[in-house]
Design a protein around this ligand. Structure first.
Ligand SMILES: *Cc1c(COP(=O)(O)O)cnc(C)c1O
Length: 451
């Protein structure tokens, strides 16, 4: 049986003629032979020519139980036979209510309200507007600025880009954006100076809050792992100190758990590594197991109560999207959480990630590997031209792209972050799967950097 009723050539031609792919220079894409996926099976994706690949980046950091999972498929079919969509504007549907209950149950204690949307960026957009309006509703109208962290990534809508700080992605839009304050994200591998990277971050934050807390609505942070900047790991204790400072200076803390949530780092949420509870938490990617676009912005009773008033007071949160609380998405998210619990998946990830660490250890000795960073099933391998001086490869060499192309030939899909090779396997990956994926990456790095 053919895997696709369309030939690869026809699909590739139509892709190049009609489709504009995201985060993709189409001139390169047009010149290339793109992967076109026809099917998924477990942790592998199969292209229209029948070649199978490990989904080594969980289809851009989403996947939990693998692809084509009977329990998740069934949850969608069951819901589909009831209703595909109905709105949450002034009314509700069954799965959105039940999922909200489950999210509150598993979230850090105190996050008791769930506001849905449909992507990480919209969850962040909502967090920003919610934090801003919180202070407006309390009459503290001067608190209208934000603090973000260097090289932060929070999504691609304009508000999310405003608190983004990756020059390559964000600089061109500067005239459209509001301007947050920026403090460094601790990056020990490339940190210079007397103070440690974490101490520098904390000192900058404290000084900024000391001077400007009266005008700051919120601090937004990627807790424990800064993903898109290259899988940068916060030293232990740093997040907790940041949370303490935010509290001391009465600034809301927004934890963007879009990448780190749902077991990815070996805890259900990365905030749990430091025992902190943010005022607002954004979640997306893993929430539906990588099936459908659902996101949420969770918050506390304190924030919720600032909006809860007589209608005439004009404190309503006027925000929503057409597909907010989509029943199919919420139904599969519920099935995802159920399956995670049945499989004790978060504990499994915590255990298997120690094995994964052992598998990765030899790579750190490669002549062009500067640092291997790992938290749970989030791995970044930073390639350097010179291991001793830590000199980077020039961006123009596209060393990361070349390594991932080599990995693709060997049967693994992933996407680099500049010179950082990413491994973010589906959470159900077994030790054998992980070993096979690490072997492919090791061979690909060797071929490109030493070959
Ligand atoms: C991916 C990501 C986002 C954006 O999510 P989308 O669903 O792609 O809009 C926001 N924040 C973080 C930390 C992310 O990793």
């Amino acid at each position: 049986m053919s895997i696709s009723p369309y030939s690869y050539e026809e699909l590739a031609r139509k892709n190049k003629e009609y489709l504009w792919n995201p985060f993709t220079q189409m001139k390169d894409y047009i010149a290339d032979d793109p992967v076109i996926i026809a099917r998924g099976e477990g942790i592998k994706l199969i292209d229209v020519q029948g070649k199978a690949y490990y989904d080594g980046f969980s289809s851009v950091w989403l996947n939990v139980h693998g692809h084509n999972v009977p329990e998740l498929n069934q949850a969608i079919v069951d819901q589909l036979n009831q209703v595909a969509h109905s709105t949450l504007l002034g009314m509700a549907n069954i799965p959105s209510i039940l999922l909200a209950e489950q999210l509150v149950r598993i979230a850090p204690p105190g996050l008791t309200k769930v506001f849905y949307s449909d992507s990480g960026a919209t969850a962040v957009e909502i967090a920003i507007k919610m934090a801003f309006q919180y202070w407006q509703n309390l009459g503290k109208t001067g608190k209208h600025s934000f603090i973000t962290m260097k090289n932060a990534y929070h999504g691609d809508t304009i508000g999310a880009v405003s608190v983004g700080a990756i020059p390559l992605y964000h600089e061109v839009y500067r005239p459209l954006l509001f301007s947050p304050y920026t403090i460094p994200y601790p990056y020990p591998y490339r940190h210079e100076g007397e103070k440690s990277a974490a101490d520098t971050t904390i000192a900058c934050l404290e000084q900024l809050l000391e001077e400007k807390a009266d005008e700051i609505a919120a601090l937004i942070v990627e807790p424990v792992v800064q993903g898109a900047s290259g899988m940068i790991l916060m030293p232990d204790g740093c997040l907790q100190k940041m949370a303490e400072l935010a509290k001391k200076y009465d600034v809301l803390l927004i934890a963007d758990e879009v990448a780190t949530g749902f077991g990815r780092t070996g805890k259900m949420f990365a905030c749990e590594h430091e025992g902190i509870v943010p005022d607002i938490m954004t979640i997306a990617k893993g929430i539906t197991g990588g099936y459908l676009p659902v996101a949420a912005t969770m918050t506390t009773e304190r924030v919720y109560q600032a909006f809860y008033a007589d209608y005439e007071e004009q404190k309503t949160f006027f925000h929503g999207h057409s597909y907010t609380g989509n029943p199919l998405g919420c139904a599969v998210a519920l099935a995802n959480l159920r399956l995670m619990e049945q499989r004790r998946l978060v504990d499994e990830v915590a255990q298997k990630s120690e094995k994964l660490g052992e598998m990765l250890r030899p790579l750190a000795a490669f002549p062009h590997v500067g640092e291997v960073r790992q938290k749970g099933f989030m791995v970044g391998i930073e390639l350097v031209r010179d291991k001793h001086t830590k000199e980077s490869y020039h961006w123009n060499e596209r060393i990361g792209v070349r390594v991932t192309k080599s990995a693709r030939v060997r049967g693994l899909l992933t996407r680099p972050l500049g010179n950082v090779i990413v491994l973010i396997p589906p959470l159900v990956s077994t030790e054998d799967d992980l070993a096979a994926m690490v072997d492919i990456l090791a061979a690909s790095i060797r071929e490109v950097t030493e070959g």
